[in-house]
Design a protein around this ligand. Sequence first.
Ligand code: IVH
Length: 665
Amino acid sequence: MESLSERVERLREQIRYHDHRYHVLNAPEISDAEYDALYRELVHLEESHPQLITPASPTQRVAGGVSPAFGTVGHSLPVLSLGNVFNEGELRAFDARVQGELGAAAPVPYVVEPKIDGLSVILSYAGGLLRAAATRGDGITGEEVTANVRTFPSVPLSLPAGSGIAHLEVRGEVYLPRAEFARLNREREDAGEPVFANPRNAAAGSLRQLDPQVTAARRLRAVFYEIRQLAGRRPAHHHESLELLDELGFATPESRLVAGSDEAYAVVREWEERRHQLPYEIDGAVVKLDDLAQREVLGETSHHPRWAVAFKFAAEQAATRVLDIVVQVGRTGVLTPTAELEPVRVGGSTVSRASLHNEDLIRERDVRIGDRVIIQRAGDVIPEVVGVLKGERTGSERVFTMPASCPACQGPAVRAAGEAATRCVNPHCPAQLLQRLIHFCSRGAMNMEGMGPAMLEQLARSGLVKDPGDLYFLTREQLLGCERTGEKTAGKLLSAIAVSRQAGLARVLFALGIRQVGQRAAGQLAAHFGSLSSLMRASPDRLQEVPEVGPRTAQAITEFFSRAETQELVDKLARGGVRLELERDARAGSWDGLSFVFTGTLEGMSRVEAQSRVEDKGGRVAGAVTAATSYVVAGPGAGSKLDRARRLSVRVITEAEFLRLLTEE
Ligand code: IVH
């Protein structure tokens, strides 16, 4: 029999192994569920035997509570920056200087790495354990961010026992992958919070969070590219250092060993070409001498090493003119100033608008209507005004002032103390309603296909839809009364509405557009509470049992559900047949939550067979048609059930369509 402590240690090893597969190698070997089972077993054993807990246990990444305000740490060695070059000539000049100082007769090998646009961190390990993590700071002292860095699943908490390495100091880069950056900003926008200008700022802001749980939720990553100190084993070349880091479980950047500056330059160009395909932002490439003994010969200045250089890519910027600054009203009432630009091509596409985010940013950058400005576009990120060509001002430029009232409803616009956003506080503002409806129906929310901004605007303007709940009571006749809506469109809209009744609790929660509640929080809330009614009854303390929910979010949720109009909306959704409970098993199959009613004769299969096909996919078969039925499959001879389906606007399909559904998903 395995002893308890052996079992615990083995679980930890397995979890470390799978963390590394998943977060460093991007090659998981087990399912999330299998991983969760290992993790839960470890948590359980540690809870019942707390004497077995060690600081390097994977359960100790978030130690709980608030990290002490960041202390400063003196670095053991200066944390240097890099010199820059901007073109081929400058790179060759760097190489010539290196060769000259080394007295080298032949080209010297370099390693080329991407220059990741994040922020430097230094990790120190002693006795095989991660002891401290610090930011670069001014290069002499940095901020201590250990509790936050421990939450990154890609950072080893301990070095492998068999490596023979106990003391190590490494330098790397913390960054936010593009996809996470986009998600974070989407959620912030939804929550009415100011968005981050770029992944670098987002990474910096996320690393410097007092609550490590918040850092953990941001899903930062880190790669490590320099060994600063190492006792014992000493690699002779940089590429071997990278291999050693790999071996110790660190994520390392992509790297290329090249024979000299010709090849180095070719690699730099190659990466510049595909910079947008990388999962993170890079602002250049770093060319580093491979031979560590040669590095010693070259030494460093107080600012940068003489053995490496950053080749900076040209930023994707262009100059254009601000034609106007208009204010857009978001669904939470946030007024977002947006620059309308003379169209200009940047980074492969034409840009005619750029977000100015908020009043402070406009003032800080001093952007005026009529200004010539520099705009920047990085990948898929919303274009931004990064600078003003003040020298080109003629005096006719106009300073923008945030309106005191909402441009859509003329209600008061209010800026709360300590907030960057100005909001329209009229709950009946038509622009907010429209944005709320658009959000409600959007793909990530209730996913009502065909229910786009133009249709919603008509429905809102005509007064048929005063809140999202009204969508579930629309009749065919009402839809037919809208512009450009014939039988076919009306039918499609009705089935899209019907299908969305089964979208599930997580989507409903997200669709409601509660401030601070993005898709992730919505998913966690749904899983935790199981039904809207139990969530609505939960105290702020209970809400905070959900990992993604902090005090601010809990308060926003409580506030949202205490409003009379929310109560009314929830009632309507319930009466309209929207499922407000958790799916029985969210992962059971693609038809989870869908219900089918069969009527008339099936020609290709028996009822029993049809039922088992539906159940295999996670769906359910019912005998009677209700507003909550997803599909009625009607064959020849269908009778009252078909009539009832039509009356309730439930989607009716033929057997052939049913078969197509079965095979296509
Ligand atoms: S080497 C002494 N390698 O770029 C070693 N730096 O502009 C100097 N950076 O502060 C750093 N990716 O934060 C190195 N592959 C990479 C890098 C990298 C990004 C950052 C680093 C540094 C900044 C200098």
